[in-house]
Design a protein around this ligand. Structure first.
Ligand SMILES: [Zn+2]
Ligand SMILES: [Zn+2]
Length: 344
């Protein structure tokens, strides 16, 4: 089968290879990948900013159909449409595993970085981490369950948005617009900020329910936020751009005692004005990927149509167009790019 791997460090470390099909063990499912999204983490892996076990098939945001089950599998059958958690391997014994916090397990190996992922025609996963896709959710939409679950973790499980809150989302990429929708579903009035390069994305934010949008290099963002919040500042700010200036903007625009939530990975060390955070008594939190609780809620949000992910999918490409796909993400030309390793 064809698969896109990170084989080594360096700019020539991404390779599309013909490799042997994976085999299912007793408790595993073989999944025919329908679609697999390119995530910020994949870009960090490609650019050597996130550690992984070379050689590894990348990709952890996917949807697919079960084509074979192991001899001991009880909860799934061939034909089931599924998505899955990314923590494929964990110890199940440490203090974190026993609290259901699999992403924090020292022995965790995730799909697409620690073990083979979804940028391939087929993938094998443990039955335990799979979830069936609700009937009224398409396979394309379901491919965004993983990033949505990460946003559920940030907005609801680690952060808190209360009805009536003014909420800031800095960075209107796919992650920002998912955050915006989860925060809106939670009762927040969400203001999305971006640069003039992001205008199309900001328009989409409005279509998807943003309370307001601000173009920060054309408008006085501080003044607009003061007007909207009657000189108080926002209650919660989600940093979704993964760059230092965006984090500092969030700290500036938050009200005193507000909540700062780090959503995006920076991929490097950044300068953040911690004295400003201290003098405003800002609470700081973050979310690292997602846990089983986040997945159940994410699937319910999709099923109940409280979040609309379809408009975020801009491009679907076969694996052999991987260079084109990565270039589009790097140059911010596309929104969410999905690989369709088996065709549409
Ligand atoms: Zn991801
Ligand atoms: Zn563990």
């Amino acid at each position: 089968m064809k698969a896109l791997l990170k084989t080594k460090k360096g700019s020539n470390g991404v390779e599309l290879l013909e490799i042997e099909e994976p085999r299912v063990q007793s408790h595993e499912l073989k999944v025919k990948i329908h679609a697999a999204g390119i995530c910020g983490t994949d870009m960090h892996i490609i650019h050597d900013e996130y550690s992984c076990n070379y050689p590894v098939i990348m990709g952890h945001e996917y949807s697919g159909t079960v084509v074979e089950i192991g001899s001991e599998v009880t909860n799934f059958e061939v034909g089931d449409r599924i998505v899955s958690l990314t923590a494929a391997v964990k110890c199940e014994e440490c203090t974190y595993c026993r609290s259901g916090l699999y992403m924090l397990c020292e022995k965790r190996l995730s799909i697409g970085s620690g073990v083979n992922g979804a940028f391939a025609e087929l993938m094998v996963i443990p039955e335990k981490i799979a979830y069936k896709i609700p009937d009224n959710v398409s396979l394309d939409e379901a491919a965004l369950t993983e990033p949505l679950a990460c946003m559920v973790r940030c907005v609801i499980e680690r952060g808190t948005v209360k009805a009536g809150d003014y909420v800031l989302v800095s960075g209107p990429g796919a992650i920002g617009l998912l955050t915006m929708q989860v925060a809106t579903a939670s009762g927040g009035n969400v203001i999305v900020i971006g640069t003039s390069q992001d205008k199309e994305r900001l328009n989409l934010a409005t279509e998807l329910g943003a309370f307001a949008t601000i173009v920060i290099d054309e408008e006085d963002v501080q003044k607009r936020i003061s007007e909207i919040t009657r000189n108080v500042g926002v209650d919660v700010a989600f940093e979704c751009a993964g760059v230092g200036p965006s984090a500092n903007n969030c700290l500036k625009l938050l009200k005193k005692t507000g909540l700062f939530v780090q959503v995006g990975l920076y991929g490097k060390k950044v300068e953040i004005d911690m004295d400003l955070a201290l003098t405003k008594e800002i609470n700081i939190t973050n979310g690292f990927a997602s846990e089983p609780t986040s997945w159940e809620r994410a699937l319910r949000l999709l099923e109940m149509k409280q979040v609309n992910v379809a408009p975020l999918i801009s491009t679907k490409l076969p694996l052999h167009e991987w260079e084109n796909a990565i270039g589009m993400v790097d140059n911010k030309e596309a929104f969410k790019v999905l690989f369709v390793p088996n065709g549409n």
